[in-house]
Write a protein that binds this ligand. Structure first.
Ligand code: S3P
Length: 166
């Protein structure tokens, strides 16, 4: 079995859905951000503060390269993983890539009280989410083998849609 890679915006439910899929398939689950935190010993906002987004993207690319070499794993990526071109080819080659497509209004509701996402610490986070969605949705679609519409459906529904689609 090749690895299963979940992509999509911040707040799409990649971690929740990924954990459940891994449990059902009896394989390891890894969250790319959490792996970076474990390795560096600092939070994502701290990495952004010290190394900038560029430094974070380098760490993310390195971590994706490592994780995607494991055959029996479900990986929840960070929302910006597709903005690094090298990751796009790598993910498609090494795994089955699933895009969790959730509308910006829902993403905003889910992330509005979160302080752990540096890209959303702006005056108008709702507008930022819409911009990021517009930029990234075509990239997610280009990379994905399977697209699952999230809407307001609960994570369990998404898990079943993914299992049916694989
Ligand atoms: C980011 C998403 C975050 C995290 C970082 C950057 C992004 O992960 O990697 O804050 O660019 O969309 P989640 O998608 O898990 O929130």
């Amino acid at each position: 079995m090749s690895c299963l890679i979940l992509i999509g915006m911040m707040g799409a439910g990649k971690t929740t859905v990924g954990k459940e899929l891994a449990r059902r398939r009896k394989v390891r689950f890894a969250d790319c951000d959490q792996e970076i935190i474990a390795r560096t010993g600092v939070s994502i906002p701290t990495i952004f503060e010290i190394e900038g987004e560029e430094g974070f993207r380098r760490r993310e690319t390195q971590m994706m390269d490592e994780l995607s070499q494991e055959p029996d794993i479900v990986i929840a990526t960070g929302g910006g993983v597709v903005t690094t071109p090298a990751n796009r080819g790598l993910m498609r080659e090494r795994g089955v890539v699933v895009y969790l497509d959730v509308p910006p209004a829902v993403l905003y509701e889910r992330t509005r009280h979160d302080r752990n996402r540096p890209l959303l610490q702006v005056d108008n986070p709702r507008q930022r989410i819409e911009e990021l969605y517009r930029q990234r949705d075509p990239l997610y679609r280009e990379v994905a083998h399977l697209i699952v519409e999230g809407g307001r459906g609960n994570p369990g529904t998404m898990v079943r849609m993914i299992e049916n689609g694989l």
